[in-house]
Design a protein around this ligand. Structure first.
Ligand code: PEP
Length: 246
């Protein structure tokens, strides 16, 4: 499976930023088959972005787990799909923290997205306290076990992102040994949950991935790509990361 490089625009981006989407999509289409590229933009931009770059993967950053109902301000998977999204992130640590999303919520969101035909990137990761307490692997493994959608899963449609919270937006990057150890532990849980297809699910790394550290991160065994925040906002910053995955 080729590497997946997905941008998470978080709460950034309006119509004025569509030229960046176009520039990223144009290079991605030249690299089709060698690397998979996606941009997860704010919900308000999904429709315009998807119309601007047909065939390129535009994603959402969250999903409400129910198909419809009295959920003011929320957006369900079918609505995201209808707007033009073909992917969604679920369980990002910023949502787990700010919106008190528990593993069971994340699991339900992943299942709702997959049922609606969206590709899913499910995020897990430990806090600095947990890492310093020596509990990082056990904590993330438990998060994985409790957050995974019920199988079977298609590895082309479902990915996991290991994002140490202390590395997100901080400029600190987990070292190769930390990433390798965690990805191996996550792989074990994926195989336990899904059998052989669990061996094919891509495990992305996320946390301050930039042009100057991407190649070293991609060289770590079982890194299947990256989830990129700040450095995905412009083609100039993001495309060198994409190229490093070739
Ligand atoms: C993220 O938002 O998932 C992320 C990894 O952000 P950054 O690349 O800015 O650390």
């Amino acid at each position: 499976m080729v590497k997946l490089i997905a941008g998470n625009w978080k709460m950034h981006g309006t119509a004025a930023d569509l030229p960046e989407v176009r520039a990223i999509a144009a290079r991605a289409s030249q690299l089709a088959g060698q690397v998979e590229v996606a941009l997860c933009v704010p919900a308000t931009l999904i429709h315009r972005a998807a119309e601007a770059v047909p065939g390129f993967t535009i994603g959402a950053q969250d999903i409400h787990h129910r198909p419809k109902g009295a959920h003011t301000g929320d957006v369900c998977a079918a609505m995201l799909h209808d707007a033009g999204a073909s992917m969604a992130i679920v369980g990002h640590s910023e949502r787990r923290e700010a919106h008190s999303e528990a593993d069971a919520d994340v699991k339900a969101k992943a299942e709702a997205g997959l049922a609606a035909g969206l590709k899913i990137i499910l995020c897990v990761g430990e806090s600095l306290d947990v890492r310093e307490g020596g509990e990082a692997v056990a904590t993330v493994a438990a998060q994985v076990d409790a957050s995974l959608p019920a199988g079977p899963v298609d590895p082309a449609l479902f990915s996991l992102a290991y994002e140490p919270i202390w590395a997100i937006g901080t400029g600190k990057v987990a070292g190769p040994a930390e990433i390798g150890e965690m990805h191996a532990a996550i792989r074990e849980r994926l195989v336990a949950a899904y059998g052989e297809p669990g061996g094919q699910v891509r495990i992305l790394y996320g946390g301050s991935v930039k042009a100057d550290n991407a190649a070293a991160i991609f060289a770590v065994p079982d890194v299947g790509g990256a989830l990129v925040g700040g450095a995905s906002l412009s083609a100039a910053d993001f495309l060198p990361i994409v190229e490093a995955a070739l």
